[in-house]
Design a protein around this ligand. Structure first.
Ligand code: ADP
Ligand code: MG
Length: 728
């Protein structure tokens, strides 16, 4: 086995980088493989173009009679770009993307063939998706699932295939994917936010949600990765002793990017340009071999599609460079994990970022309205946000002294804290002219137009205001951003609807002026949501204790965290806003809770196998060498051999002890797994996996890692941490 490890190391050390030249401007490459407005204008009739444009911009329905022209225009465009197939591209609840390719090619009566793509094929398909998770929806309703075109995200060509972004729903209308609830949340928020914006800006008719994600990842040489069954099967290393040098020197962060990696990034970015994914920033992250990629922000639906597509593109491009991309939140114990910061904001069709302070007091009052309502929404729904980012893999990262804790709090910085403190003192009732002038000049008027450069950065906060947007930092690197974004949109929608109701009531019943009413309601929100605001160090135990006193939730593990998803409060929130009905909410919970058990089950099996089939036999082999050595010493020294063989005997004994412990712990783990598997209730099963099975991982690992230190390096079968992390 060790030969596999050494062969892989040799292969890695002998690699020459696949050199990627950038000979075309990125702006020329950008969106070349996207059926965007430019391509539409060229390939569609005037009517079709207009209809499609209205569908994209206003959500209008596309006239079925025009679908034929659109599909044939799309086909011509795609074929001219070398596409041979088309697919409805969607995001089922598995976490990755799904596609089934069909060739344009069809035979015709005269024995010849031609390329075909009809309007019906564009608009709707019925994938044989019976194996995709549905949380019982399709079984319950005996309804099949179908995919339907989402014109708001443009079609693109990837791998010679025309990919048409679609939603995936059951025939009874229940969402079977991530996109459908996201789109519903986007329109709910549009309506609620536009109603509130009208207090400030009569011209605005639409509010969009914006998302800018930051994708963190590790790169490991593919030959090395293949020697690790744990990495290949569970996405993370289940054992491995910490290397002598880790990240303690901080010499990787923002350091120069190794040339092999740089070539990978160039290649990747080129593909992203062609696909219209506006990636902009790349850099080394904190851990060795860890990197980050971030785009310019986009409308949330498109941004989510682009992130899902990106993860797929990253995998494929990595193959060309002999890398394996690790998206897992914690691939290596003791080394920083990966997240996916979600930068979230709202913007009007009049070009205003609603979370950006403006030039006038009125603009700033608008800013404060959206700012404070968001904080209040997070306060009311903190447990649901925690649930939205919960997964077996993200559990390793949250609270691990490098990532936000499982407690959700909001950081706003000292300047805005001062502003909110002032606003809290606003008179109850009508404001005097003096007070208004004072507010205008000294409070609202004093918010700097550009907060961006003056905002303090608190990297330990899970939900931080960063000058012109909120940044949800607790999202895992493997996650589909749609779920946390849907939750955030939903809770802010509900909050804005309540806000408007309360302000309108003060105007109507108390005859208050609009500004007075807004100040009054905001004051109450500031008071009510104070407990969610935290400016200190989010990583320490002190904050956990303080958070407990404040009554904030601290659901450390996924099964516990997920319960908030099916609380009556969550069901009411989603169903009132028509984002998800009760069946859809419960189905998603079911999928996630089962997914959790399956993850831990797989990890447990892989760990048990490696411990028994790789580690123990290797340890015995080495122990036999020592035994032979001791026997030889006995031959030479006779009864005095023990003086000469003391160290060897110690190691022999240690090895036996560790082997015994591993065997015992693996047996116990298997027993617990059997018990867990026998449970019929998926929630009980997940809790059993979490509380009874998972704890054995640490103890089994402990003994394996100790053996790694004892056993001869030449015979150790698993590629070591130092090799995975420091071989370039
Ligand atoms: P950082 O210091 O965290 O790197 P940046 O200003 O570079 O901050 O932004 C990080 C991310 O925030 C980028 O992905 C960017 O696209 C995104 N972002 C910037 N403005 C907005 C916005 N208005 N809405 C959503 N995302 C945004
Ligand atoms: Mg960030």
């Amino acid at each position: 086995m060790a030969t596999l490890r050494f062969n892989a190391l040799k292969e890695t050390l002998n690699r020459t980088p696949v050199s990627i030249k950038e000979d075309e401007r990125r702006s020329d490459l950008f969106a070349r493989n996207v059926f965007n407005q430019k391509a539409m204008r060229q390939h569609l009739t005037k009517d079709s173009y207009k209809s499609l444009k209205n569908a994209i911009e206003r959500g209008d329905k596309i006239d079925r009679s025009l679908a034929e022209n659109i599909s044939s225009g799309m086909k011509e465009w795609a074929i001219s770009k070398g596409a041979t197939h088309y697919t409805h591209w969607f995001q089922p609840l598995t976490g990755s993307t799904a596609e089934k390719h069909d060739a344009f090619f069809e035979t015709i009566e005269d024995g010849g063939a031609m390329e075909k793509f009809s309007g019906a094929q564009l608009v709707q398909q019925e994938p044989d998706a019976s194996s995709l998770p549905n949380g019982g929806i399709r079984n319950t309703f005996e309804a099949r699932g179908y995919t339907a075109w989402d014109p708001s995200s443009p079609a693109f060509i990837w791998n010679s295939t025309l990919c048409i972004p679609t939603v995936f729903v059951s025939y009874t209308g229940e969402a079977l994917d991530y996109k459908t609830p996201l789109l519903r949340s986007v329109s709910a928020l549009d309506k609620a936010a536009t109603d509130v914006v009208k207090y400030f800006d009569k011209k605005a008719t639409k509010v969009i949600t914006t998302l800018g994600w930051e994708q963190e990842y590790f790169l490991v040489d593919s030959a090395l990765a293949k020697t690790r069954p744990d990495l290949m099967m569970s996405g993370r290393t289940l054992l491995g002793h910490a290397p002598a040098k880790g990240q303690q020197l901080d010499d990787h962060y923002f350091g120069s990017i190794p040339s092999r990696v740089l070539n990978y990034m160039r290649d990747l970015e080129k593909e992203c340009m062609l696909l219209g994914i506006p990636v902009k920033t790349r850099h080394n992250e904190v851990a060795p071999n860890q990197f980050e990629l971030a785009p310019i922000f986009e409308e949330v639906n498109l941004a989510v599609d682009h992130n899902s597509l990106l993860m797929d593109v990253m995998d494929k491009v990595a193959e060309r460079h002999h890398f394996k991309v690790l998206f897992h939140e914690k691939p290596f114990q003791g080394i920083n994990g990966s997240g996916k910061h979600n930068n979230w904001s709202l913007a009007t069709d009049t070009g205003t970022n609603l979370l950006s302070p403006g030039k006038t007091p009125m603009k700033n009052l608008q800013f404060l309205t959206f700012f404070i309502n968001t904080i209040k929404a997070v306060y009311e729904n903190e447990e649901l946000i925690r649930a939205a980012i919960a997964s077996a893999s993200n559990d390793h990262r949250l609270g691990a002294n490098e990532a936000p804790p499982a407690v959700i709090s909001v950081f706003i910085g000292s300047q805005l804290t001062k502003v909110l403190d002032e606003l809290e003192k606003v008179t109850d009732g009508k404001l005097s002219p003096e007070e208004k002038t004072d507010l205008k000049l000294n409070v609202v008027g004093k918010i700097p137009e550009i907060l961006l450069d003056n905002t303090d950065r608190n990297r330990t906060s899970p939900f931080a205001f960063t000058g012109n947007k909120f940044e949800l930092r607790a999202v895992g690197s493997t996650a589909n951003c749609a779920d946390p974004m849907t939750v955030l949109n939903a809770m802010v929608t509900k909050q804005l609807i309540e806000f408007k109701k309360e302000v309108d009531a003060l105007i109507a019943d108390k005859k208050m002026k609009k500004d007075d009413a807004i100040f009054n309601v905001l004051r109450e929100y500031i008071k009510a949501s104070k407990k969610i605001r935290f400016e200190g160090d989010g990583y320490g135990q002190a904050w956990e204790d303080e958070a407990a006193k404040r009554g904030l939730s601290n659901n450390k593990k996924t099964p516990e965290a997920l319960q908030a998803k099916i609380s009556q409060k969550a069901i009411d929130l989603f169903s009132e806003l028509k984002i998800m009905n009760e069946v859809e909410v419960k189905a998603r919970y079911e999928i996630e809770i089962e997914d959790y058990s399956k993850h831990i089950q797989i990890e447990g099996r892989v760990l048990g196998d490696i411990a028994r089939n790789h580690i123990i036999p290797t340890a015995i082999k080495y122990q036999n060498i020592l035994i032979k050595n001791v026997q030889g010493l006995k031959d030479i020294y006779g009864s005095d051999f023990k003086d000469q063989a003391r160290q060897q005997l110690n190691i022999i004994e240690s090895i036996s002890k560790h082997i015994e412990s591993i065997n015992k712990e693996v047996d116990l783990m298997i027993d617990e797994r059997k018990k867990a598997n026998a449970l019929e209730n998926p929630t009980e099963m997940a809790f059993a996996y979490c509380n009874q099975v998972r704890p054995y991982f640490d103890s089994i690992r402990y003994h394996c890692d100790k053996l790694e230190l004892l056993v001869d390096n030449e015979t150790w079968p698993m590629t070591k941490y130092r090799e995975l992390l420091f071989t370039k």
